[in-house]
Design a protein. Sequence first.
Length: 398
Amino acid sequence: MRATPVKRAFKYRFCPTDAQAAELSRTFGCVRKVYNLALAARTEAWTRQERVNYDQTSAMLTAWKKTEELAYLCDVSSVPLQQALRHLQTAFTNFFGKRAGYPRFKSRKRSRRSAEYTASAFRFRGGWLTLAKMTEPLDIVWSRPLPEGALPSTVTVSQDAAGRWFVSLLCEDPSVQPLAAADTAVGIDVGLDHLLTLSTGEKVANPRHERRDRARLAQAQRRLARKALGDGANRAKARRKVAKVYARITDRRRDHLHKLTTRLVRENQTIVIEDLAVRNMVKNAGLARAISDAAWWEFRGMLEYKARWYGREVIVIDRWFPSSKLCSACGALQDKMPLNVREWTCDCGTTHDRDVNAAKNILAVGLTASVCGAGVRPQRSTPGRQSAMKQKPQRREP
């Protein structure tokens, strides 16, 4: 039994009243303003070789509220403003830990519109959620129930580019427990013709969600391009139509990946995948759109956190391992293997499907690395590092 229940975010759509929408829009703007002011202050201090922490920015926020220019910050709940400062502190912690780049300023047009409320800034009773500074509860569409007896610890309200409103409730979910141990393992080779190829020989088709809506997206983008920059209302309406097409594509892609990753985690104890440099791969102009539509990085992220939830193991092998050029039957390494070669015959007489052979090799090297303790997560700065493979023991000189 898991000692500490898993915390999960349950996301729902809701329909705000005009007063609620206005209040939330003001809150979004104030959150963005406070974040940018604090980032500017910390950046200026950084140029003087000084460091400003969260407590200092919190004191700055108190001073900003007392000025005539920023007095409007007092009109919204103070909790989302404090949370914005905490998020900035987290961003700097990741930057100093070399896990992320330097924090960037939030844009009114491009940045995500959101506000986070902690338990002191909302009331949740009988399935009704009321936020601070509001007299009426949010009209939430409860598409699925919360865990029985669950009380949200954090509530995040957001609005996407398509104009849809969402509320995310962070709750402990005691129903998420490690699954019974299984003796199955699978290697996965990702691709474009087929989204996934498993070492069992199964191939998962690539839905190509973006391609299915490409004509509708192109039409909406052409209509947006014809709107003059000064034509506020009409241009905003055309922009929302483009955003709705993108939202439809994203929702369908995410739904498919959730179903796929949940199935893989439930059926297998060990899952082996490749460490792909997706950021570099999308620089290929001819394949960038298809690679982005496949969402390999999102697939890996879902796979890893669900494996942690359910007590499974995900092994990530070196991206430089020649999985496609290696014969899974005899271990012979081919000199070349162009992308247009989908089937090939080894000198040992075995005929391989390129993707199935790669998945089998990925599984083999992942299991070998797991048993032998070899490194399967290479450092980014050492791309030439040897792939995790079973090595013969070396004789020690006396």
